[in-house]
Design a protein around this ligand. Sequence first.
Ligand code: TXA
Ligand code: MG
Length: 349
Amino acid sequence: MNYQLIMKPRVFNIDPYNIDIRVLKRSAEIIHNRGLVAFPTETVYGLGANALDPKAVAKIFEAKKRPLDDPLIVHIADINDLFSLAIDVPLEIHKLVHRFWPGPLTIVLKKTNLVPDLVTTGLDTVAVRMPSGTIARKFIEVAKTPIAAPSANLFGRPSPTTAKHVIDDLEGRIDVVLDGGSTEIGIESTVVECVDDRIVVLRPGGTDLEELRGIIGDVEVLSSGEDPAAEHTPGKYPQHYSPRAKVVVVEDTPRQAEEVLEKASRMVSDGKKTGILARQEHADHFKDYNVKMLGPGGDSRICASRLFHMLREFDAENVNMIIAEGIPEKGLGLAVMNRLRKAAGPDLV
Ligand code: TXA
Ligand code: MG
């Protein structure tokens, strides 16, 4: 057998505006043969397997080194598939689905028997999402089966926003990567659940709170750890989305830039290879340091789309310490700050 075929995933370039269906058909065959196919969605790259086949799903956990108590999202291309995977869909959830699908919103619902226990890691609920990314949707359509897909990174690492990120983490562990370029949103979907007729956000993400409140009114954000139900909230592991470097977050205050400079000068004199992940408007302050721009603090969409990319770039330079500037928690800023704090871990904020 060909060494290349065993050791490397096959990478297929796909133009989202001119999708080659033959490539999707070959990838769908691999899915039906219990293979793993990484593919772009509008949020981040997913690592897909046939959601209805537990043996295929088991390979996702193995490839990612993901703990067996961290459930997967099931991706669908047709809204009717929701009703074969989930029952008792509350009215509020119907409203959200109607408004936000396809798009970066994942919904946790009571599961049917069609969903293997491994997908939900034994929970009686299943997370379902209909992505808007055109490659993702076409791929699921062609595969004619729901696709279970976590983010296509090694467990705990920043989610991949390019095919290169996927290969950097999972080379030799998966069958195919569909390379559709950089993902648009750059941060994962928002995960919601309806608890006692109230919509609770388990993970802030690509659909922002203001948009959700526009449809539902009252929406609660669960911060993990504050509630026993948080046992099953995304990112329950205290350190997550982490680059290899240590991350320190400096919160959004008027003295933010000065505080970053104090910390940076201390770390550099301690001999740490230090990087600053900065707001663009503060660029001038940090000229003497290794600085990368997160984006304009007032434009959370740009910051979200660059966050994981920049964390991985610091890693590629073997930086030991990243000082990240916080941004306002509006729009996608809530999700950006959630990921930065998770990357920092419990004691480092
Ligand atoms: O944007 C996204 O959501 C990407 C793309 C590929 O769709 N996927 C993604 O998957 O971020 P993953 O596995 O990295 O994160 C999904 C999170 C997990 O942390 C998991 O804990 C949570 O969703 N989740 C899945 N099923 C759940 C359930 N039944 N109840 C509560 N949380 C659940
Ligand atoms: Mg993930």
